[in-house]
Design a protein around this ligand. Structure first.
Ligand code: NAD
Ligand code: UGA
Length: 457
């Protein structure tokens, strides 16, 4: 039977649920979209002028759609929206488990299971339930089992429709995706969801697979991306001791069409809420199925990332301790153009620095200082403070670290900053954004990941 989706509900108004539903509402004015969340403050923010997620272009999309065919409501008000929905997206967090079997690696599906119970309780008629969250392969079995307990005699199809957007470019990624992936067992349900995306995505970019392939493809895609960053970071360390330049090496690699140029930027390590948790989930799955060598292979990608952050922090701490013991950290977000700092390299690097006994002066243009403060374990009681102005942050610093590639850091006047800092100050550029000419004019040595140190002549 042909199915059509007129009414969508989405559970989870986070970095994925909010922007994804806003773009669906924008591109499908004939579909009514309701986003539901437990977190009442988050829903209030989605209904205000200060959205809870910073993404270039998001404000405009929400302004066009909110109150037209997009609304944000709390879970207490959500039952009727689920009952009326032809399709319900599950877009809640799937963090790493912290207790029980698989703790420290396996995905915690308790939020997903709570959604499935909520849908089972409130859905009416036939409902297509769509996994938008990243799930371990075969999670749909768990969802189906819970949905089967519905007291209303409702029927369900379960689809996997993982999201591939990257933060900072979410709206562009949603509006012009490389591909949309739909995994399912019932062609009518797959077609109904494909018809939603067909409002703006070309047919050849809508990939249809089995349910398990779709679930696993998402984990595999993130693992492949993380693996490229760890590979180039492994090469970056070798560049620093041999005189090779990682940017030149990456360019050579990237011009091989079999390798391609993207995700070859050496850095202080990857961050973000997903690479680490999805890699660990993949490691756990491999171990669960007795695949020891594949588990060790994917674990090594994460281990290399931890090493990259640690060695960068150690180099900076050693320099700072010789020059007054203060470090200025520019950039706390895990990448530019987002206010998100979940698993940001800045967290681990700051904690390594504090443990090494240096004091920190922190600056970022989007990250909320109070929230970031909560991630710092000031074991050594050395202390840290936040600044909005970069010169203030650099005052008295013996080392200035750049951890996020904010565009504003490319235009810094290093002569002015050096005047505020400690004599002997050096720049540790983890993103290769600092203007080398200006730094040279200021007489500052610059250490760049994958390039080593350039000392002004
Ligand atoms: P998030 O933490 O920003 O948002 C999740 C939201 O779900 C929160 O607002 C939370 O309050 C809400 N929630 C949790 N349980 C709920 C329940 N039972 N009922 C109602 N609301 C509930 O997470 P996110 O970054 O949007 O990620 C969501 C999923 O998408 C994860 O599985 C993640 O791996 C995946 N993903 C994330 C990204 C990304 O860039 N952040 C990209 C692709 C995929
Ligand atoms: C990543 C994937 O790119 C998305 O496709 C996926 O949907 C998402 O994870 C997810 O599942 O959450 P995201 O983490 O938002 O997106 O951002 P990326 O652009 O992938 O960057 C991740 C981290 O890797 C950042 O810290 C970034 O600075 C770092 N990175 C990226 C590098 O160090 N070098 C590179 O060449 C690329």
């Amino acid at each position: 039977m042909k199915r059509r989706i007129h009414n969508i509900a989405c559970i989870g108004a986070g970095y994925v649920g909010g922007p994804t539903m806003a773009v669906i509402a924008d591109r499908c004015p004939d579909i009514s979209v309701t986003v539901i969340d437990l977190n009442e403050d988050r829903i209030a923010a989605w209904n205000s002028e200060a959205l809870p997620v910073y993404e270039p272009g998001l404000d405009e999309v929400v302004r066009r759609t909110r109150g037209r065919n997009l609304r944000f409501i709390t879970q207490r008000e959500g039952a009727a929206a689920v009952a009326a929905a032809d399709a319900v997206f599950i877009s809640v967090n799937t963090p790493t488990k912290t207790q029980g079997s698989g703790a420290g690696k396996a995905s915690d599906l308790s939020y997903v299971e709570a959604c499935a119970r909520y849908i089972a309780e409130h859905a009416k008629g036939h409902t297509i339930v769509i996994e938008k969250s990243t799930m371990p392969v075969r999670a749909a079995d768990t969802i189906k089992r819970i949905l089967a307990t519905t007291p209303h005699g409702g029927t369900f199809d379960v689809l996997s429709n993982p999201e591939f957007l990257a933060e900072g470019t979410a709206i562009r990624d949603l509006e012009q995706p490389d591909r949309v992936l739909i995994g399912g067992e019932t062609p009518a349900a797959v077609d109904a969801l494909a018809e939603v995306y067909a409002h703006w995505v070309p047919d050849q970019a809508i990939l249809r697979t089995g349910l398990w392939s779709a679930e696993l493809s998402k984990l595999a895609a993130n693992a492949f991306l993380a693996q490229r960053v760890s590979s180039i970071n492994a090469i970056s360390a070798l560049c620093e001791v041999t005189g090779a330049q990682v940017e030149e090496v990456a360019k050579v690699l990237g011009t091989d069409t079999r390798i391609g140029p993207k995700f070859l930027k050496a850095s202080v390590g990857y961050g973000g809420s997903c690479f680490k948790k999805d890699l660990l989930s993949l490691v756990y799955l491999c171990e669960f199925y007795g695949l020891t060598e594949p588990a060790a292979y994917w674990q090594s990608v994460q281990d290399l990332n931890e090493w990259q952050k640690r060695r960068f922090a150690q180099m900076a701490a050693a320099h700072a301790r010789k020059h007054g013991g203060i470090v200025a950290v520019l950039g706390l977000a895990f990448k530019k153009n987002t206010n998100d700092f979940r698993e940001s390299p800045a967290i681990d690097i700051c904690n390594h620095l504090l443990a090494a006994g240096v004091r920190l002066r922190l600056q970022d243009e989007r990250v909320d200082p109070a929230a970031f403060r909560a991630t710092l374990a000031d074991e050594a009681k050395t202390g840290f403070a936040f600044f909005t102005d970069i010169e203030d942050a650099a005052r008295g610093a013996g080392a200035i670290l750049i951890l996020t590639e904010w565009d504003s850091y490319a235009g810094l006047d290093w002569v002015k900053i050096a005047a505020a800092a400690e004599p002997g100050v050096a720049i540790f550029d983890g993103r290769k954004v600092a203007d080398q000419v200006s730094a040279k004019k200021a007489g500052l040595p610059v250490f760049v990941v994958g390039q080593g140190e350039s000392v002004p002549s």
